[in-house]
Write a protein that binds this ligand. Sequence first.
Ligand code: UFG
Length: 329
Amino acid sequence: MKVLVVGGAGYIGSHCVRQLQAAGHQPVVLDNLVFGHRQAVAEDVPFYDCDLGDSSAVGQILEKESIELVMHFAAFAYVGESVTDPRKYYNNNFVATLRLLEAMLDHGVHKFVFSSTCATYGEPATLPLTETMSQAPINPYGQTKLDVENCLKTFAQAYGMSFAAFRYFNASGAAEDGTIGEDHKPETHLIPLVIDAATGRRENIKIFGTDYPTPDGTCLRDYVHVDDLSRAHIAVFEKLEEPGAAYFYNLGTGRPSSVREIIHAVEAVTGLSVPVIEADRRPGDPPALYADSSKACSELGWEIQYMDVQDIIATAWNWHKKHPEGYLS
Ligand code: UFG
């Protein structure tokens, strides 16, 4: 399959490009390099430095490369920033996505794989989360993702577009060979920050809240390996052959880890100790989020290779040792 990977130079997109190649598909990358890294994409992969909202340029690429399916990873994903600057999020995550979808329709490309998020569920009443539970996002980031999901449902019905929306839990880890990995600027995610605290690149890690109603008082999250996420995107291809198909899948391991457990796991993997400061809660953090991914497992044959969070952290640590300054190293 000839696949346009929008945001293919970013964290999850670049791993998916690798997995597409490994599975014998032909990825083509489109990325405006606002957050992506050119070095994250191999030289032999066609690369377009282009904005996803530029329908005319995207249309030309769809034609020139004979694209059959589009995967879309190119969202802004800083939850806090989405609260203080929602316009930026609606513009990039919703309006630009709409332009991308229009370019697809105008050029006869009808298969779409969308990166959604567990943030569309807001603060769930029960856990683990299944796909049918109510979606009530508590920040504009989650809202923009839900808005795209809803838009896609109507496009499937009206235009026969077929799509899968994957609701990621906490994407983590790096390629097994340590050549590509997580490099966000600024970094806000727990695992890379704890690794930085272990190596002394940061003075410490602040635990945001120790009084949550969880076993050790810190938040529970479902850390899922980025290559496991990527493989689900490929496993869904067959289902998208049917016009108007609309699928939603949670992607997580279903095994939550607390913030303290992540810190201890980083200490175990690295052999280094992590200086910790107990801080106030971060606004907008639900106490616990973890997935029931049985639908993806049964319908897609999705097999999670990294069930143990220490194995996930080991790949992040391998990437970090090889690239202490990220892609600038
Ligand atoms: N945390 C800390 N200290 C830090 C950073 C994080 O204690 O310095 C805690 C957070 O409070 C949270 C957990 O570590 O409890 C994980 O935080 P991350 O920022 O790594 O991840 P989130 O769970 O907040 O966010 C992830 C994705 C988002 C997505 C969100 C859905 O990164 O894109 O899940 O809730 F929107």
